[in-house]
Design a protein around this ligand. Structure first.
Ligand SMILES: NC(=O)c1ccc[n+]([C@@H]2O[C@H](COP(=O)([O-])OP(=O)(O)OC[C@H]3O[C@@H](n4cnc5c(N)ncnc54)[C@H](O)[C@@H]3O)[C@@H](O)[C@H]2O)c1
Length: 447
């Protein structure tokens, strides 16, 4: 690996001069194929349909076609071009219509992949589990606290498999980080920081409106379901993340990835007790309902977590775990563990106020008490996922595997709901200009 490769892979946090060991992590989906046994030989056993084949729905179909034990047998979308795009993404023909309920009536369908805007997650998921289907639902799991609680209840009552769609939870790099964290090698960790920063109109969801996006090609009433009435507005349809009727701004779109990654690595699968947010809406002040800079401090059990999203600077998406023995940084598909130098050293700074003779006496005594030569600092470890690695493919593979085996998924409804509530707390604090407190007794956000 050349130095340029190394820097490109995001290992910039490595201490100068330290030895570095780089390990390439294999694509986990290979393991998933093995786990699912002779999937290829016996053919796909999971017959699924896709509801919502826009940006993410198409990406999910592209990923799903890499997982041999599933086959897409239908789709639904409210916009005709997205119906065609879904089939193109999957590279196969299947019936594609507007009404998802017709798909749920089909007895030959086992599972559903849901990638509709957030305000429709609850209704679609409730309909899916009521029809006896297992569900993969995109992140953030819920549009608000009540929606999430209703979804958890419905999934549990129906005994269906539910996978929330934060793919980092299946990421091979996060699995490595989880192993390192659990081993205790980082020492005591009390602070985790993460951010998700972008500096482009696309990064702030100012997506182009496609040609011929009209009431002829879009089922606007279908889109508005569960949201207040509004005259047809393609900006709302394609940039729905900007509007509180349908999305949750940077918290629901981006914090959720940071927080699910943190939950996955630390095993802290809980709702934070408090959240405090600050931020502003400046650069993309285009009529949207949410800030383009949001910074939130959370109190998780035994952990302070600080996250921010800034749509005014491209600073990437690292998550940093600060331990007393080592610092661990996850950056995209790369992970670096840099040991802290904790070898005992004689005091330096405070001796500046001592006389030369007293200083010398202290140093002589210190060296007498510490005769052993200083321990050499451990090497920096860098783990990198192999080129072309897709955690979305692994996440879907995990879902299909659970459907076949009825084993637990990696990101169930409780996990998904916990991260979603943390996102709602961030927005609550920002809009109320107050500390948001999770009240477990009433299962509401106070403050
Ligand atoms: N995991 C990730 O990395 C990731 C990335 C992007 C988006 N997402 C999530 O995926 C979901 C979809 O986002 P997107 O970017 O694809 O949005 P999008 O606007 O591109 O696509 C949403 C699609 O859902 C369709 N739709 C809406 N209501 C429907 C209904 N009742 N029945 C059938 N189709 C319906 C719309 O017509 C549209 O084509 C959101 O929850 C979003 O947060 C996740």
């Amino acid at each position: 690996m050349t130095r340029r490769d190394f820097v490109r892979l995001g290992a910039g946090a490595v201490a100068a001069g330290a030895a570095v060991k780089t390990t390439l992590l294999g694509a986990q989906v290979k393991a998933a194929e093995t786990v699912t046994g002779t999937a290829k030989a016996k053919g796909p056993t999971v017959r699924f349909v896709s509801i919502g084949t826009g940006i993410r729905g198409c990406d999910l179909l592209r990923a799903a076609r890499m997982v041999p034990n599933g086959v897409c047998v239908g789709s639904a979308d409210l916009y005709s071009m997205h119906q065609r795009a879904g089939k193109e993404a999957y590279g196969a023909e299947f019936p594609a219509g507007r009404d998802y309920r017709a798909l749920l009536d089909r007895k030959d369908v086992d599972a559903v992949i849901v990638a509709v805007p957030d305000h429709q997650h609850k209704r679609v998921v409730l309909d899916c589990v009521a029809a006896g289907k297992d569900v993969y639902c995109e992140k953030p799991m819920s549009h608000n606290v009540d929606d999430g609680l209703a979804m958890v209840e419905a999934v549990v009552a129906s005994r269906r498999i539910f996978q929330a769609g934060s793919q980092r939870v299946s990421n091979i790099v996060y699995k490595k980080a989880q192993e390192i964290y659990a081993s205790g090698r980082l020492g005591e960790v009390h602070l985790i920081e993460g951010h998700s920063d972008r500096n482009s109109p696309s990064g702030a969801w100012v997506y182009p409106i496609p040609p011929r996006a009209t009431l002829e090609t879009i089922d606007w009433d279908g889109f508005l379901k569960d949201a207040p009435h509004h005259a047809f507005d393609p900006v709302r349809f394609f940039r729905w993340r900007c509007f509180a009727d349908y999305g949750e701004g940077v918290a629901g779109d981006l914090f959720v990835h940071l927080l699910s990654g943190i939950q996955c690595v630390t095993g802290i699968n809980a709702i934070p007790s408090r959240a405090y947010s600050t931020g502003s809406l400046t650069h993309f002040n285009d009529g949207r309902d949410f800030p383009d800079l949001l910074a939130t401090l959370y109190d998780y059990p035994g952990m302070t977590v600080s996250v921010h999203c800034n749509q005014n600077n491209e600073a990437g998406e690292p998550i940093v775990f600060y331990g007393s023995e080592a610092t661990m940084v996850i950056n995209g598909n790369s992970l670096t563990v840099t040991p802290q130098d904790t070898t005992p050293k004689p005091e330096g700074y405070s001796l500046n106020g001592w006389t030369a003779a007293t200083k010398q006496q202290y140093l002589d005594e210190w060296h007498k008490e510490h005769p052993a030569p200083p321990v050499k600092l451990g090497e920096v470890e860098n783990y990198v996922a192999s080129a072309g690695y897709s955690d979305t493919t692994d996440h879907i593979a995990n879902f299909f595997h659970a459907i076949e085996t009825r084993e637990h998924v990696v990101e169930d409804e409780v996990f998904g709901n916990n991260t979603a509530i943390a996102c709602h707390m961030a927005n609550h604090s920002y809009s109320k200009r107050n500390v948001a407190i999770w009240d477990e007794a009433t299962k509401t956000i106070k403050g």
